[in-house]
Design a protein around this ligand. Structure first.
Ligand SMILES: Nc1nc2c(ncn2[C@@H]2O[C@H](COP(=O)(O)OP(=O)(O)OP(=O)(O)O)[C@@H](O)[C@H]2O)c(=O)[nH]1
Ligand SMILES: [Mg+2]
Length: 212
């Protein structure tokens, strides 16, 4: 504990600073979907790396970011065919799943559907209805991208997800810089990802509160 926090505690004013909560997020989705790029975007400006530094993930990598005072420890899985079998080993060890879908890769939506079905049937997911799932359709600024509603329909999300499951679909382009809409020049436009993350943060805060 640093001296400042020690002093705050002695003076009894530590309670004024809200304690940062922790949550574990699991990033899954096919290879090339944009998981690692999304994780990079969620990090602070200081921690972000250049797009060129992000290479296909081998196995999985660990990362972290802070959103609304929740520190997310992220397991960023590889989406390559040979590595997808690893996802299930992590289902029981996360507080939220972020399922990333490449909105330009409609050719592989059938594969995404199969992977999603397997995930939803897995006991560590099916048995935990309080495990929130955030679907993120990426690459939305690409000319061949389809809209979020097309993704939802193609994956039949409304039929597949259990009625009691907390889930949401957001769409984003994690690398495009644009001045359109509410975005600041040179900054990614706020395209719904922030709102979706706020939803997720509220859910993990509640579930942590219940557990404690
Ligand atoms: N235009 C655009 N390209 C993106 C976006 N997200 C990712 N990409 C590109 O898509 C490619 C794959 O991105 P990654 O983040 O490595 O994908 P991944 O899901 O982590 O892939 P694996 O680690 O192989 O499972 C890279 O060339 C990225 O630059 C996006 O939102 N828009
Ligand atoms: Mg990756």
């Amino acid at each position: 504990m640093n001296v400042w926090r020690k002093l705050m505690r002695i003076l009894g004013i530590a309670g004024r600073t809200p304690r940062r909560r922790k949550a574990r997020a699991l990033f899954v989705g096919l290879n090339n979907a944009g998981k690692s790029t999304l994780l990079n975007r969620l990090k602070s400006d200081r921690e972000q790396v250049s797009r060129k530094m992000i290479t296909p993930t081998v196995g999985f990598t660990a990362g972290q970011f802070v959103f609304n005072n929740v520190k997310f420890a992220v397991t960023d899985m590889s989406g390559r065919d040979g590595y997808r079998a690893l996802w299930e080993s992590m289902y029981g060890q996360c507080d939220a799943i972020v399922f990333v879908v490449d909105s330009t890769d409609q050719m592989r939506f059938a594969v995404v559907k199969d992977e999603l079905d397997m995930m939803l049937r897995h006991p560590d997911v099916a048995g935990r209805l309080n495990l929130p799932i955030l679907f993120v359709a990426t690459k939305t600024a690409a000319p061949d991208a389809c809209g979020a509603s097309t993704v939802a329909t193609a994956l039949r999300l409304h039929e597949r997800l259990e009625p009691n499951r907390q889930w949401r679909l957001a769409s984003t382009d994690a690398i495009t810089t644009t001045t359109v809409g509410a975005g600041m020049p040179g900054q990614p436009v706020d395209d719904g990802l922030r709102e979706a993350m706020e939803w997720l943060v509220d859910l993990v805060k509640v579930s942590h509160h219940r557990q404690s």
